[in-house]
Design a protein around this ligand. Structure first.
Ligand code: 13P
Length: 246
């Protein structure tokens, strides 16, 4: 049995006041015992405050990226050690916005995945094709390569300690969600690539997930939750998505 998990990726949004309000709303709504796991990934400057506010709650904390390097002379970078020290349990690696706007290669993403594991963090590896790649029938090819770069670097047992998020680039922030069937096809392919080791891995869908699209996605057998962007900034919407995962 794989426990469903919904992770909110706040991206570069929020401020002290808005975050406090959002987290208070989540903590209030997500008390007690739940079947699904929930976590949020605020921007770095707010991690420590979020950790304090989430203490004694059952909402986990994650970061949106980490450096491949350990502490040292790397101006502007954030190390795995710092994330652990700030109360993080999860860290996203290889988000398409990092790959696209910061030129992160699959090799760098693989190195970051390993660094996260080395620090006892749970890496959430994001993979996904662009619209052009989908239209050229290259979806499986692109995703296979993104996955294998990490498998080659970390080994299958290493990869299996993380979480995968399938986020088609064309569905991110566009309001265009992949249909449950489209997502299921890719999730089942990802599980095939990972082999038996992948059976216990959680594979999340991300890309314009909203309360009204969540249930259909979660009903698919290889979809184990969601990585949520825009809708994670609204407590009511995010909680509705979390509830759909139960
Ligand atoms: P949206 O839910 O805003 O499309 O963002 C998805 C995403 O990129 C989560 O990491």
């Amino acid at each position: 049995m794989r426990r469903q998990i919904v992770i909110g990726n706040w991206k570069m949004n929020g401020n002290t006041t808005a975050n406090q309000k959002l987290l208070a709303g989540l903590v209030d709504a997500w008390t007690g015992v739940h079947q699904a796991e929930v976590a949020v990934c605020p921007p770095y400057p707010y991690l420590a405050a979020a950790a304090a506010q989430l203490e004694n709650s059952n909402i986990g904390l994650g970061a949106q990226d980490l450096s491949k390097n350990g502490n040292g002379a790397y101006t502007g970078e954030i190390s795995g050690e710092m994330l652990v020290d700030s109360g993080c349990r999860y860290v996203l690696v290889g988000h398409s916005e990092r790959r696209e706007y910061h030129g992160e290669s699959s090799q760098l993403v693989a190195e970051k995945f390993q660094v996260a594991l080395d620090h006892g963090l749970i890496p959430v590896l994001c993979v996904g094709e662009t619209l052009e790649e989908r239209e050229d029938d290259k979806t499986f090819d692109v995703i296979g390569k993104q996955l294998l770069a990490v498998v080659d670097h970390c080994g299958l047992p290493g990869v299996a300690k993380g979480i995968i998020a399938y986020e088609p680039v064309w569905a991110i922030g566009t309001g265009k969600t992949a249909t449950p069937e489209m997502a299921q096809d890719v999730h089942s392919y990802i599980r095939e690539v990972l082999g038996p080791e992948g059976d216990s891995m959680r594979i999340l869908y991300g890309g314009s997930v909203k309360p009204d699209s969540a249930e259909g996605l979660f009903a698919k057998k290889d979809i184990d939750g969601a990585l949520v962007g825009g809708a994670a900034l609204n407590a009511e919407d995010f909680v509705a998505i979390c509830r759909a995962a139960e």
